[in-house]
Design a protein around this ligand. Structure first.
Ligand code: ADP
Length: 469
């Protein structure tokens, strides 16, 4: 089976968050199971061609081979090559994102046909690639791609690719498709909607989120479009790549540890982290951490609302992330006032993220909504206990700790309120002081299996089901 991955981010080439991590790891996991995979990426400026031995095929296309079963093609254009960011810069999204991602989608199909590349499935990710299933149905039904199936995976319903109606001619689609049944959305153009309507199958990244996007609260205006599909959206939980996220082999951390060595391993990493971030040392003080985009979705405002009380407790807090400057400013002000308790860094720093996962005791993830979430899975793999709001993939991966039966691997709070969040934080501090319970909780977290194995099997099932339909 040949599967072509269409995504604008994929690790290790280009990544801003979970999407890139998934689109880098899933093709590898599928290739290990015998699927031949090809990834199509835009050639972003940040991609180091030398490092990845990329060869230029022509003015429009480059390629590298990652393994006998995995090729990566790069769509070349100034739209990507000459931009610092993938989606935008410090001033916001690029104003020509419709043209940029339309070009990417059209070009992927053109290259596959012109180069006679084998493919059975086009697996498209998020709105940037969502025009591919539209073009497949509209322009390629009578071509060599006539039997190819299109799958769309929604990683985040909140990002849809909405553009003004005036730009519709750039899409090179029939005028009649700009209607409520197809790509039109309140008078505008909606890429994601087009993908949902035209794909042969739609999946999302956790079973809980697959249910949530049918509701007004989480459907972001497209709940009706999702409900109108002939078959339900399938929720397949993401995994994490244990070649990258593994405390026993992690090259970024000062002391590596297996689950058996977790107490000693974490204590050494915690001491080093405190030292590196100029926080007072001490293993008795619980260390809370956040590694995240600093945005509304991630509940940063809830942390800020609770910050006075939080910093009044006997804890330390480390916050690493990039995002909205209004939040960064407020966090910075708290950090300046409480340098002994709060360290904040506003940058994307892979090695520091590894050190934080290894050195912290608790991981904060109060996301308002969370399609899947990788950070809670990573933190558990390092024996760092997540505290999260009961939503999306957090529900599928975190079982609330039962202090009597000693079952469960994290803390989930029920309502998105300061009261419930602070209650969970106080519960965490109490648990941390009870070594027996905390050890049980930590071992439960370490025992969870978040490898890609399960997800790869589920995707293969979905592909096979489509191909035999
Ligand atoms: P998202 O919604 O951002 O995709 P996920 O939890 O699915 O959230 O994935 C976030 C990934 O990005 C995690 O691997 C996390 O460690 C990483 N990450 C987020 N911010 C930073 C940062 N500032 N520095 C390093 N890694 C980060």
């Amino acid at each position: 089976m040949h599967v072509t991955f269409c995504a604008v981010e994929a690790a290790p080439f280009a990544q801003t968050g979970g999407l890139g991590e998934v689109c880098g790891s899933l093709p590898l996991a599928l290739a290990k199971k015998g699927v031949t995979a090809t990834i199509f990426l835009p050639r972003h400026k940040s991609i180091d061609f030398k490092k990845f031995s990329v060869e230029t095929l022509d003015r429009h296309l480059s390629r590298t081979v990652l393994s006998p079963k995995l090729d990566v093609y790069f769509i070349e254009h100034d739209y990507f090559r000459k931009r610092d960011g993938i989606y935008g810069d410090g001033h916001g999204d690029y104003s020509d994102n419709l043209e940029r991602f339309q070009y990417y989608c059209a070009q992927v199909l053109k290259v596959i046909v012109e180069r006679c590349l084998k493919t059975d499935i086009l697996h498209c990710h998020d709105w940037h690639a969502a025009l591919i299933p539209v073009y497949l149905q509209e322009h390629y039904r009578h071509s060599s791609l006539s039997s190819v199936k299109g799958i769309l995976t929604i990683h985040n319903m909140a990002h849809q690719g909405i553009f003004s109606r005036e730009k519709y001619p750039h899409l090179h689609l029939r005028e009649t498709l700009h209607s409520p049944h197809y790509l039109e959305y309140f008078g505008q153009i909606n890429f994601l909607k087009g993908g949902i309507v035209f794909s042969d199958k739609v999946t999302t990244v956790s079973p809980q989120y697959a249910k949530e996007i049918l509701t007004k609260e989480f459907g972001c205006g497209l709940q009706g479009v999702v409900r109108a599909r002939p078959e339900p959206v399938v929720g397949i939980l993401n995994g994490i790549n244990h070649d990258i996220w593994n405390p026993a082999t992690d090259r970024w951390i000062v002391q590596r540890y297996t689950p058996k060595e977790v107490t000693e391993g974490k204590s050494v990493n915690k001491a080093r982290l405190q030292e590196a971030l100029c926080l007072p040392g001490g293993r008795d003080i619980p260390l809370f951490a956040l590694v995240s985009r600093i945005v509304h979705q991630k509940g940063v405002d809830l942390i800020l609302d609770s910050m006075e009380q939080l910093l009044g407790m006997d804890i330390q807090l480390v916050m690493l992330g990039t995002g909205e400057s209004r939040y960064e400013k407020q966090i910075r002000a708290f950090a300046d006032r409480h340098p002994q308790k709060l360290w904040a860094g506003f940058k994307f720093d892979d090695s520091l993220a590894h050190q934080i996962y290894a050195g912290a005791d608790w991981f904060l993830m109060p996301s308002r909504f969370e399609p899947c979430g990788l950070s809670q899975m990573i933190s558990m793999t390092y024996g760092t206990i997540p505290i999260a709001f009961k939503t999306g993939g957090l529900v599928d991966t975190i079982q609330p700790f039962d202090a009597v039966g000693l079952k469960g691997n994290g803390l989930l709070f029920e309502h998105f309120t300061k009261k419930d969040f602070l209650h969970a934080l106080r519960q965490a501090i109490t648990l941390y002081r009870d070594q027996e319970k905390f050890h049980a909780l930590r071992h439960n977290a370490l025992a969870a299996d978040f490898s890609w194995e399960h997800a790869a099997k589920e995707y293969i099932k979905a592909y096979q089901c489509l191909l035999s339909a």
